[in-house]
Ligand binder design. Structure first.
Ligand SMILES: Nc1ncnc2c1ncn2[C@@H]1O[C@H](COP(=O)(O)OP(=O)(O)OP(=O)(O)O)[C@@H](O)[C@H]1O
Ligand SMILES: [Mg+2]
Length: 337
């Protein structure tokens, strides 16, 4: 669970009282794991400031940011990086122009490994995994692995940034256990026991399966190898699904605004797919009302540093673009009075 508690942020560029701008005025927000929230609101209403405070790029003047019960308000952006993926509006921002597609992916892969000793590069199976992921984008990136990102289109760069922001870095079990104990928000002993019990149970299951496979004389050498791979993979996935806390939160700030309509749609659909598959908690800022209604399961509207609408599920499904425009109008009128 991600929480903002009474967060206020005031900007003052000159130091003069009349230049004070309250970007966020005492906002509180509770975000459940796996929620996909679309965020709308006029220019300067506080959307980006909220994302910046969540990611650690900005410090609030008042209030707290909690992740799974732990106060991360003062945790640096780089230390949070393993838990947050970000994609900005500007396609130039998320990727390094002078590096190839593969090199960019490698950097993101390494960056995600929060506490691990830096190990440069992928293993061959990692590389294969990411080529498979790139293919799904249908932008031909998998054929341009060694090309510099700087020569690519905005859409291609944005798609790559999305992959970099969402790729699971797959820490080993030892790291996963340590992070789970640190960040699950549970008592240390409770978290440790939970991990160890589940791990031992699954390991026992795996060993039984492997014994059965090895004892099966009817299997060809190839089939046996395949089945062993599948069993190991299932074990891996089961443990990760429960205990891997890395990269659970995705922050998207108008990430398709600079793309042509067709590419924007493609990147959005891909976003939706990745979010659902990985059950990522997602905050997506957009100026497109239709997208805000189509995607996600919760919608939040900002106005002058306040949250003036927060709807989920069925209630969100019922909303129309006209409803939203009307609310904008009413909020503006109220502010003028
Ligand atoms: N670094 C900064 N320095 C000074 N003022 C800032 C800074 N960042 C934001 N602000 C101000 O805070 C307010 C909220 O800005 P924010 O960027 O959060 O708006 P937004 O909702 O993302 O708007 P947009 O739709 O234009 O992106 C605005 O008045 C803005 O001018
Ligand atoms: Mg913004």
């Amino acid at each position: 669970m991600l929480e903002l508690v009474n967060v206020t942020k005031v900007f003052n560029l000159t130091g003069a009282a009349e230049d004070e701008r309250t970007a966020l005025d005492n906002i509180s927000l509770q975000i459940k794991p796996g929620e996909f929230i679309t965020i709308i609101g006029g220019n300067g209403s506080g959307k980006s400031t909220t994302l910046n405070i969540v990611s650690g790029a900005l410090l609030p003047d008042k209030g707290k940011v909690l992740l799974n019960g732990r106060d991360i308000t003062h945790l640096s952006e780089s230390k949070r990086a393993a838990y947050f993926g970000r994609v900005f509006q500007d396609p130039m921002k998320g990727t390094a122009a002078d590096m190839s597609v593969l090199e960019n992916l490698e950097v993101a892969f390494v960056r995600g490994r929060m506490h691990s000793p830096i190990k440069w590069g992928f293993s061959n199976s990692d590389k294969k995994y990411f080529i498979e992921e790139l293919k799904r984008f249908d932008l031909g990136l998998e054929d341009r692995l060694n090309q510099k990102v700087g020569v690519m289109s905005g859409g291609q760069r944005q798609a790559l940034t999305l992959l970099m922001a969402t790729m699971r870095n797959r820490p080993n079990f030892r790291m996963m256990k340590r992070d789970y104990i640190l960040f699950s928000g549970k008592e240390e002993e409770v978290a440790r026991k939970e991990f160890e019990d589940e791990f031992n149970l699954r390991k026992q299951e795996l060993n039984n399966k492997l014994a059965t496979i090895k004892a099966d004389v009817n299997l060809s050498k190839e089939d046996r190898k395949d089945q062993i791979t599948v069993a190991n993979h299932e074990f891996d996935v089961a443990i990760r699904a429960k205990f891997d806390l890395t990269k659970q939160i995705l922050l998207l700030d108008e990430h398709t605004a600079a793309l042509d309509p067709k590419t924007a749609k493609k990147v959005l659909e891909l976003t939706d797919k990745i979010v659902k598959e990985n059950k990522m908690t997602t905050l997506m800022v957009t100026h497109n009302m239709k997208d805000a209604l189509t995607y996600g399961n919760r919608l939040i509207m900002f106005h002058l540093g306040h949250i003036i609408l927060d709807v989920s599920g069925k209630e969100k499904e019922k909303l129309t673009v006209e409803d939203l425009l009307k609310m904008f109008d009413e909020a503006d009128k109220k502010a003028e009075m």
